[in-house]
Ligand binder design. Structure first.
Ligand SMILES: C[S@@+](CC[C@H](N)C(=O)[O-])C[C@H]1O[C@@H](n2cnc3c(N)ncnc32)[C@H](O)[C@@H]1O
Length: 410
């Protein structure tokens, strides 16, 4: 472990950074080489990027400032905007630490094992900052240059402008956010943080999945209703398994960081919440998992089957297959009698390397008799490949608006 003096020195670097807003450099060596040859994240290594960036963020240190001070009378929470403000310093600290960890872990996995990491590598975007419960801790930890916020409530935009004059706060509906453009402007993939407005959680998440098609988003550390969080990580054959599970287990490494009780919010929601961490795979690894299938076709298949989740795949897909084969019942019959396709070489290679996703990709021969919750995300890819083929999809763009509802945005 790092001697106390150098930890203090790192804090010193952080404080210099806050004053000058110049990117400072940190060794990212929170990863350790295990005896089995695998690289692992060393949780408590105080020299790690996550530890360094959050070293000033103890629950005690932010407790006094984390509670949103809503200016009396003029900032009444609006239920219509999903405004449940965080009012507990301990929860704020845990969320911010989980965010920095998600963002830096993804960086490290993608870019090699040990390298210099600067705060500007994070390119943080906070969705729905509200009165600034998270923002007030993010600004000193990251530097206001490395954070921007998107908020629909003009009262919040004004309040944050007063509290953090150099922070960029866009007055915008988050469903209109153009992540690829923001990533272009910032010079690389974004790391998302937010205590989300729950009424549009899945639309926000689907928009992030779309943004990962162009590598515009690398991680998301976001709160949501506990029930929604459970659906994202649900395994097959579980009642929570559904479209959210298929999409996010295909697109990202997903985890529940922790459960959040209603008592830490003002006003208190009626349900528990979860902090979810998503590490998006990015286009090249996603393409391998998709085995040449277009995300738009996959969406059609997944939606058709889960709309009738009690039915077998044959019954769930009958109508769609008739449409695809232009009413040719013989072709439809042939489709339902198809043997699973051999997996492409890239998936075979992943199987050989022990990749869990690929290991569960092969369709069983009785796939038509399965119910949707029995099929893994990879098996949905395989059914899509049987129905639509891959006709050039290997090279075509993955798409800008596939999973999100089309009515949002232009
Ligand atoms: C659950 S509150 C979180 C506020 C603050 N981050 C906190 O933790 O206390 C959700 C925030 O999202 C904002 N919001 C709601 N709908 C939005 C939308 N469509 N676009 C952008 N922000 C939105 C709300 O105004 C609110 O500030």
């Amino acid at each position: 472990f790092q001697p106390a003096a150098s930890i203090i020195q790192n804090k010193h670097i952080l404080s210099i950074h806050q004053e000058t807003n110049h990117a400072s450099s940190f060794r990212l060596n929170g990863w350790v080489h295990g005896s089995d040859g695998e690289w692992e994240w060393e949780e408590d290594d105080p020299t790690s990027a996550a530890a360094t960036l959050t070293s000033t963020l103890t629950p005690e240190s932010i407790d006094a400032t984390a509670t949103p001070s809503l200016p009396g009378g003029s900032f009444r929470p609006k239920q219509s905007l999903g405004q449940n403000f965080l009012r507990d310093g301990n929860t704020v600290a845990k969320i911010v630490k989980a965010f920095v960890k998600d963002a830096t872990e993804t960086l490290d996995k993608k870019n090699g094992v040990e390298r210099d990491l600067t705060q500007s590598d994070l390119r943080a975007v906070e969705l729905g900052p509200g009165a600034g419960a998270l923002t007030d801790s993010l600004v000193p930890a990251l530097g206001s240059n490395n954070l921007q916020c998107i908020e629909i409530d003009p009262r919040s935009v004004e309040l944050l402008g007063e509290k953090h004059p150099s922070l960029r706060v866009s007055h915008l509906d988050v469903l209109q956010a153009d992540y690829p453009s923001i990533a272009d402007e910032e010079g690389g993939p974004l790391s998302i943080i937010g205590n989300l407005p729950y009424y549009i959680t899945s639309q926000i998440l689907f928009a992030l999945a779309d943004a990962s098609h162009t590598n515009a988003v690398r991680s998301a550390t976001v709160t949501m209703q506990w029930e929604v969080g459970k659906r994202i990580v649900a395994p097959t054959r579980c009642k929570d398994y559904g479209i959210l599970s298929v999409v996010f287990q295909l697109y990202a490494d997903c985890k529940i960081h922790f459960k959040i009780p209603p008592t830490v919010f003002y006003p208190q929601p009626k349900v528990d919440s979860a902090l979810i961490g998503l590490h998006f795979l990015g286009p090249s690894q996603l393409r391998r998992r998709l085995a040449g299938v277009s995300p738009a076709h996959l969406r059609t298949v997944v939606t058709a089957t889960f709309q009738q989740r009690r039915k077998t795949v044959r019954n769930g897909l009958k109508q769609l297959a008739l449409t695809v084969y232009e009413g040719d019942k013989e072709r439809v019959q042939q489709f339902f009698e198809s043997e699973p396709l051999p997996l492409p070489q890239s998936v075979q290679d992943a199987i050989d390397a022990g990749d869990e996703f690929a290991l569960a990709q092969q369709l069983p021969s009785d796939w038509v008799k399965k119910r949707p919750e029995e099929l893994t995300p990879g098996q949905f890819v395989e059914i899509t490949r049987l129905l639509y083929g891959t006709a050039g999809a290997e090279e075509s763009p993955l798409g800008r608006k596939v999973w999100r509802k089309l009515k949002h945005g232009t």
